[in-house]
Ligand binder design. Structure first.
Ligand SMILES: [Zn+2]
Length: 226
């Protein structure tokens, strides 16, 4: 490769062709000549923004995001990501529902509320290919606001049971998990947990459940418990 004469510690970006100082390039230990990437930070970021919005790039971002989440968020300390980025892409790149969601997001001008997010179907399980679904951010957070805090529901002993859209109730008693039943709403499941506790003569788990309105009543009401 022919070297152009230019001030020391500068290089030309391979994309925008501008000559910029080394500090304007991300470090790249694979580049043995300059130790920097061939395109400048501005061009990298621009490409990254375009890439993130592509059908596959979006899946790649979701994969990276799930890995960051389990690494950084203490509530996810027992959760594992059991797929590679390539496996996630292969599962969804031709998936009808994902394509539909992706097209709607694109058509909206990439509105944040419609951006695809990764949701665990069983919120106590790992990020595995058979335990994930892709939801819009809006649907994913409305699921949380109505029913869950973090990855559980707001109630002790109540877990979302989907894709059925119901809630299972259980009580831990003498080291055993007693299944109480499946209920249409989280509140009903929480009340069932309380009844079971009374039956077993142990303190009730969800003391504030009666103050909670049902999901329909409380769409915009701030929760007493959270
Ligand atoms: Zn550039």
């Amino acid at each position: 490769m022919k070297h152009l004469k230019r001030p020391i510690n500068t290089k030309a970006c391979s994309v925008c062709k501008k000559i910029k100082p080394f500090a304007s390039f991300y470090k790249d230990k694979n580049n043995t000549t300059t130790g920097r990437r061939s395109n400048c930070i501005d061009c990298c970021n621009k490409q990254e923004r375009i890439q993130r919005k592509s059908l596959e790039g979006c899946l790649r971002r979701l994969s990276i995001w799930s890995r960051e989440r389990v690494r950084k968020d203490k509530r996810y300390k027992n959760v594992k990501v059991l797929f590679t980025t390539e496996e996630l892409i292969n599962k969804y790149k031709n998936d009808f529902n994902y394509m539909k969601l992706y097209k709607e997001w694109k058509a909206s001008g990439y509105q944040n509320a419609l951006s695809p997010t990764l949701d665990r179907i069983d919120n106590t399980g790992h990020y595995s290919l058979d335990n994930i679904q892709i939801l819009t951010l809006r649907d994913n957070s409305s699921k949380r606001n109505h029913e869950a805090v973090g990855d559980m529901t707001r109630y002790i002993g109540v877990l979302p049971s989907r894709p059925a859209g119901k809630f299972t109730a259980h009580v831990k008693f003498k080291g055993k998990k007693i299944h109480v039943g499946t209920f249409p709403t989280a509140k009903e499941a929480a009340l069932a947990v309380n009844s079971k506790c009374e039956e077993l003569k142990i303190p009730i788990k969800n003391k504030f459940v009666n103050e909670d309105k049902t999901e329909k009543e409380s769409t915009k009401t701030k929760r007493a418990v959270g």
